[in-house]
Ligand binder design. Sequence first.
Ligand code: ADP
Length: 576
Amino acid sequence: MKTIFRRSFSGFIVVILILVVLVPILVFNTIESKLNDLALINLTRTAESLEFTFASMLEDDPAELDSIADELGRRLNLRITLISRDGIVLADSEEQPDIMENHRTRPEVICAFNGEAGTSSRHSATLDRDMLYVAVPVEIGDSIPAVIRTSLFFSDLKSILQGIITDMAIIMLVVLIAGLIIAWLFSRSFADPIRNIADVTRKVGKGDYSIRVAPCSVSELSELSSDINGMISRTNELIEELSGKNISLDAILGSIVEGLVVISSGGIVIHANRSFRRMASAGDHEEGFGYLDFVSNSEFRDFIGSVLNSEIVSGEVKSDGNTFSARAADIPETDQFVITFRDITEIAAIARMKRKFAANASHELRTPLTSIKGYAETILENLSGEDRRYLKTILRNTDRLIRIVDDIRILSELEHPATSLDMSDVNLEDAVNDAIEFFSGKAEEKGLDLIFEKETRIPIIRADRFRIEQVLINLIDNAVRYTPAGAVTVRIGARGHFVTIVVSDTGIGIEEEHLLRLFERFYVVDKARSRNRGGTGLGLAIVKHIVTLHGGWVRVSSTPGSGSMFTVGLPDTESP
Ligand code: ADP
């Protein structure tokens, strides 16, 4: 590629060469034609001024004509020839007239005998040289007895032109050398600052921010230089600021107890903090390598692999007796994602203990409570009045306790990691019919309509029938309990790849602020009301657990005062 210097210097050279070659040619041509004109004028004037001398000598002293012509020719440095009308040379300053051939047919002579000055340039047969001729008539009275011809050797003109050419060549050589020197200096004055700017920006690109562009005398380049210097300073400040931030970010990430790793979608580890290295046995491996080389712990490797394959975004990683809760998130506008690992070993142990305790306690409490209930019912038959009322209260609370104990047992069973579903082909229509049948007495007691709506195709799904019945019972139970008047409707339909069970009612409804927390354990909207209606706050938590175990979902929508609608989606195993 051409440099700016070469480009501008070669441009200047072309211009200089054109000037140095073209100008002399044009000037030389002009000078040559002007010199020719001048010579012709001079020859004509000289011939005209000699006319008088030769006219009188022709008449008075014709014998002296040749010697006069010789003398005048020598003095004027011209060739002078006198030719008579019949073409005989009467006198000639360069040759003997008597040996010269007849000149009658010479064009300039013919023209002069016609009364006008004649000119011609041609080879002289007499002198064997190129010459320029002018002939004027010698007039005596009305007749033209002879013509005077003045002539010049072309070689004389050429020697003048030769001198001009030599002078011009010297001048042009000086112009050429001076032009080249000026062009070289001029091109340097452009190219040097630009090269300086390029050198500086290259060094800045390599990370040297201490360098600056030198000042320059060309105003535009000087502006550019100072702009670039400003840019370098600002970039330096920004980089210092950024690296400061980076250092503190590294320090922060390094000191947090959660393990954190940033991975590209291609599996390259971009950043890993100290805690992650410890958890995943990554040691002091350098970042920038694939996670398979970086992470030695196979459980962590498997989890990262599943995230990379978009199979999961969160989960638990169990390794060497420890449990880590892991969560992955995309980093916006990059192809990277960050995974955090939190050590939940203690929390998991407490949860395990709680589950075990709940299971044991509910198991241990169920037998005495059933026996209390049995004895109380037996005593009730023999009691009346106040005592009967007290015992009824004891019985109602015992029922409630039994319900709570049962719900706790069910929940702890569901939450146990080893819980498996007893899957079989379940006919939902049968299951809903059974549940409706179960609540028909209660609904009738409250004067509620219990309606079952179904689509034409009710699919058979793969599910745990006992658990699905539990879902239906909990939802219909709530609907009946929280609906003072109107109807409870169960509808089976389909949405995408899911079979849906919708339980809606015309009951008291739920305020929006409670909807998100409704499926939490022991969450009740109104404690007193729930207790009065025999609620435990566990029914919906159980529903959510069962549905999730089936790979489904549950949603609620409600309008306070108008009713609620619970929708359960279960995977449609018959769907293509
Ligand atoms: P509970 O045993 O108290 O009914 P759930 O977990 O089944 O516990 O329900 C949680 C809370 O959700 C209830 O206390 C109740 O306030 C509200 N709820 C559940 N179903 C309905 C419904 N169909 N209509 C109005 N409120 C409901």
